[in-house]
Design a protein around this ligand. Sequence first.
Ligand code: NAI
Length: 267
Amino acid sequence: MKARILEGKTGIITGALDENSIAWKTAVKAHQHGAKILLTNAPVALRMGKVQQLAEQLETEVIGADATSLEDLGKLYDAAEAKFGKLDFILHSIGMSPNVRKEKPYTDLNYDWMFKTLDISAISFHKMMSLAYKRKLMKEWGSVVALSFIAAQRSFPKYGDMSDAKALLESIARTFGYYFGRDQKVRVNTISQSPTPTTAGTGVDGFDQMLKYGEVMSPLGNATAEDCADLCVLLFSDFTKRITMQNLFSDGGFSSVGASPEILGTR
Ligand code: NAI
């Protein structure tokens, strides 16, 4: 029988929009592993997406919350506490850039939009952790995970100001991870995932080419949304109790390759 490594655990999963979402796959797998989950997404996503369908499947509910709003997050945590008491895990699976969406070049950003990008895609992670920390919402050895991309370290021009958001997101994980670990024994990590065909992913100009490039650069091929979900489940579990403040690459080896024969045309 398959081991259920999240038996008895409870958590919040953000960002499940449709079946392609990494958060959707993670919620399904975490549930299969025995976890009880509260789902949340932005109010607009509740109207446009399919998250209610997922909630029915997992016999749970969805709480609408804009992750940039401390008030909304407070209400989300009230609901989570009423349902579960303290939590074992939280997944931050949220990203959006108006500049990328409207194809504004990086050399000519709209700065109001850039603030939005940073707030939605990175500072919301700080807000979620700060509120949870102050309320002592997480159990000891709890786990907080956010999803990142290698544009935090390397230049991917079409990824625009999302690159800056991901660099900030990873820094917040390290910096908050210190306090969360020292004071409450809570882990904080990011997963840097391969390009993945989701609503957010395919919204980046040149996504198909990035997907193909990743496929031939990575010795194991691109990591899929399922692969990422498996790693999330592992990071929520007790098997990774002392892994914290890390950025783990779920990328088939892409981040360690300089050039591949396929790219050089030498094969
Ligand atoms: P997705 O489009 O399915 O998920 C993004 C989610 O963010 C949506 O559910 C959306 O409603 C939510 N969101 C946007 N603004 C919000 C707000 N203000 N408050 C609350 N939620 C909000 O796409 P995907 O790919 O599953 O994205 C999940 C995470 O994975 C994001 O952080 C993304 O940057 C990251 N990621 C995605 C990759 C890809 O190629 N798809 C690669 C590496 C990382």
